[in-house]
Design a binder for this molecule. Sequence first.
Ligand code: URQ
Ligand code: ZN
Ligand code: ZN
Length: 587
Amino acid sequence: MTIDTTASSVSGINIKSSQNRLLIKNGRVVNDDGMEDADVYIEDGVIKQVGRNLIIPGGTRTIDATGKLVMPGGIDPHTHFELEMMGAKSVDDFYKGTRAAVAGGTTTVIDFVLPNKGQSLIEAYNNWRQKADGKVCCDYALHVGVTWWSPSVRNEMEMLTNDQYGVNSFKMFMAYKDAWMLNDYELQCALEACTELQALAQVHAENGNIIARNCEKLLAAGVTGPEGHPRSRDEEVEAEAVNRACVIANQANSPLYIVHIMSKSAIQALQNARTRQRPPLYGETLAATVGTDGSHYRNACFRHAAAHVLSPPLRADPSTPQAIVEALADDSLQVIGSDNCTFHEKDKELGKGNFTKIPNGVNGVEDRMAILWQKAVNTGVMDPCRFVAVTSANAAKIFNLWPQKGRVEAGSDADVVVWDPRLQRTISAATHHQAVDFNIFEGQEVVGSPQYVIVNGRVCLDDGQLRVAEGFGKFLKTPVNCPYVYGLPEPGTPPLDEPPSPDVPSPAHVSNGGSHSPDLKLLNKHLEGVSVTSSGCSTPTGRKMREPGQRDLQNSTFSISKEVEGLDTKTSVRVRNPPGGKSSGLW
Ligand code: URQ
Ligand code: ZN
Ligand code: ZN
């Protein structure tokens, strides 16, 4: 392990021993199901106590979090560090990428092993572990791409779900024809395999055949610049694939997680599917689509326009970012990731004269939390609890890391962010910690950022100073059969391969229409400082929070004022409410 010498000169061993006990005092602890004024005591990388008047051993380092929010470290479930694609390699490696993640308040990332067509999945997995293990500054897990199909792929999927490898999610591509794309038959086989293995299927939902044909036509018509990219893959092309993926998932009786949803049409397709089918459907969106839009593809500067090329693309409809934020707030979407996949200008130039050759991907791993805070919490669309849900807790639940990750509670890993809601900064490639030479959020002012970031008990952002340690993070095994996805089987549960009955909607994915309507006056009070003495979201008295999952994310009538007045009647209801709704295992 090596320590970032730009920020610290002490050895890794000393840092660990001097920081094995930590007290975060006077802050407001925010979880997805409640807020409370409480101190957090950390020892040996684990949260030991959360409460007031704690009895703490002498010599413990204390961080004063007065006026700050103490939240679970972010989980970014979608990164591509050191990914070779389209003739280039993404420049944020596992060191710089996770260092940037920590700087922005993210303490766990989940990267994608993407095998080449014909390559062994196990071999690709081993390559990824080799790239990552010695470099990561925070914990990480891996999804594996199913980029081709054969009986051997099915076997390797099964092996990967064993404890030796610890993979519980697989990504299938409906785009990137002639590279990673599966046809519908192969996709259905892969989804059936996920159901059998009780792993979580993910899809990149765009119609790759339509895109290929549109690219041919655009190039033939002389459209060669980056503006051709969004023109080749409009909203309909995304929404059609979302719908088709949901239909295939229903046929395969498979829960489904749709990565990087980028348009209002795609959200609508997902919502429509939720009303008619039983296995749960999860939607992830990206910081990119919350923080910027498709107008950049019209920029005359190739470098600028190409730097925004990702798939699905940013949308021209200027109301998209706001709609995406609202979808995250009302649980139409459950997770925000970054899809951090960054390429230097020289690599983006591979597509000069032919937009189809521009390596796809943008930054976001560092700015994801601040961008969402700015666009969603500062605007009053989302309360801090929902912010925690979509930036960490839901991902922890969906990928079976809960409550080890995504929660500030005794027994959880000490991955904690002390968030200063007043900290003001301007995002810029000149000051960011990523390797890439461009930032798609350049010049945006955000209010709200981490002041301290604690990774497994180690203070890695210390009052704004980044002090990460290369190799300090560890690989997280994610077990299959996640209770938040597959539910707990009940007596008499039909076998999972029994075809679903289309006319029995499951509570797992009834369209929610739930509102998160924070009382803005009280929310502002939270942000002014810790001036409301009882808890904000859900724990009006006492420090014991609800059991994980007890907050109803789907049908919430959450109101800060009601909760403060002690009118919350849900605290005694013990139901399992995973992200996206209840899962009974009966679908
Ligand atoms: O499709 C993805 O998720 C990666 C491989 C590339 N980045 C992107 O453009 N979304
Ligand atoms: Zn993708
Ligand atoms: Zn991606």
